[in-house]
Design a protein around this ligand. Structure first.
Ligand code: PLP
Length: 375
């Protein structure tokens, strides 16, 4: 079946007993046992929940994976994946990865004995030459955040597997509608379901998807034994978002392309970063591996931090806020907001960079808003 049909039906058959067309929100922490140790579905809510299972089923289907494991946030998913490593191992991380991923690796897993090498993963030669004894995991974010660089997933998977390591792709920006990393050779797909999958800025969640049964069993064990599980209502909200993912993404990228085109010719904008632009350094790779260019646009504002701050504070339709991927347009300054934890590091972002999460409002209103805020 095709994408939207799976988004709406996978794991979401009408309830057998009542015929309800929506998966019920199973608010239960425990389950009645038929006799000691004999259970119908599960024995305790941390281990399994039917609403959570439905969400895992639909996202596994969309990513083309056999196993999906849901977490209480994107970072909780990242944490469980990193727990598969041992002290002495190394992680190779995208040069402009999500700030929280970098923070977790350096502040939490660093002291625990996991080293991190920050590499521009869109540069295949840099990946090959930065490989170190002990590199066990490559953590790629593509499109990356906030530069929207594109890493060639199939090539990365090749290099990674030749070294006996595993490739994780953070697919939060692209979503499975635009890119399916497992089909390109990645071992694991990670999501912050908080963003486009949920799509309405009303729930926080994370997910790991894989076809590796042994790895899935370990991750499932971490979900249960560490306990960073999403609540059933959040699972329901994210699943409801997923049902409209395709139509939302179509509109997000249509609007983003128009915003990018307008900003390219604006005198107060020095540079626009959008993978759909022909002058984007990785445009060709994006064309090959993605089914669209997504809804995120980054720009460098002329006049430095002062003008960038004026710009983001003057918009009326674009809300000044962190996060992305909701129906509403958001605008932010990574150096002062989402990427503060990278200050002084190799991942530091220039002060005049502004990141736009282009929503699904009417394009004319978005263009007019950006126009007035830039003058
Ligand atoms: C938001 C985000 C995360 C972290 O997810 P949370 O749900 O906020 O914990 C990780 N990666 C990317 C690309 C993100 O945008």
């Amino acid at each position: 079946m095709n994408f939207s049909t799976r988004a709406i039906h996978a794991g979401q058959e009408p309830d057998l007993e009542t015929g309800a067309v929506n998966v019920p929100v199973y608010l239960t922490s425990t389950y009645a046992q038929e006799s000691v140790g004999v259970v119908k579905f599960a024995d305790y809510g941390r281990g399994d929940n039917p609403t959570r299972a439905a969400l895992e089923t639909v996202l596994a289907s969309l990513e083309g994976g056999q196993f999906a494991i849901a977490f209480s946030s994107g970072l909780a998913a990242t944490d469980s994946m990193l727990r598969t490593l041992s002290p002495g191992d190394r992680v190779m991380l995208s040069a402009d990865a999500y700030g929280g991923t970098f923070r977790m690796l350096t502040k939490i897993f660093g002291p625990w004995g996991i080293a991190t090498d920050v590499v521009d993963l869109s540069d295949v030669d840099a990946v090959a030459s930065s490989w170190r004894e002990g590199t066990k995991l490559v953590w790629a974010e593509t499109p990356s955040n906030p530069w929207l660089r594109i890493a060639d997933i199939a090539t990365l998977a090749d290099i990674t597997h030749r070294h006996g390591a595993q490739l994780v792709v953070d697919n939060t920006f692209a979503t499975p509608y635009l890119q399916t990393p497992l089909a390109l050779g990645a071992d694991v797909v990670m999501h912050s379901t908080t963003k486009y999958l949920g799509g309405h800025s009303d729930a926080i969640g994370g997910m790991l998807v894989t076809n590796d049964a042994d790895l899935a069993a370990r991750l499932k064990f971490f979900q249960y034994a560490v306990g960073a599980i999403p609540g059933p209502l959040d699972c329901y909200l994210i699943m409801r978002g997923i049902r409209t993912l395709a139509v939302r993404m179509d509109r997000h990228q249509e609007n983003a392309a128009r915003v990018a085109a307008m900003l390219v010719s604006h005198p107060n904008i020095e540079r626009v970063w959008y993978p759909g632009l022909e002058n984007h350094p990785n445009h060709k790779v994006a064309l090959d591996q993605m089914r669209g260019f997504g809804g995120m646009v980054s720009v460098e504002v002329a006049g430095g931090a002062v003008r960038a701050t004026q710009f983001v504070e003057k918009t009326k339709v674009f809300t000044l806020a962190e996060s992305l991927g909701g129906v509403e347009s958001l605008i932010e300054i990574p150096a002062q907001m989402t990427h503060m934890s990278t200050s002084g590091s190799l991942l530091e972002i220039p002060e005049n960079l502004v990141r736009l999460s282009v929503g699904i409002e009417d394009a004319e209103d978005l263009l007019e808003d950006l126009h007035q805020a830039l003058t």
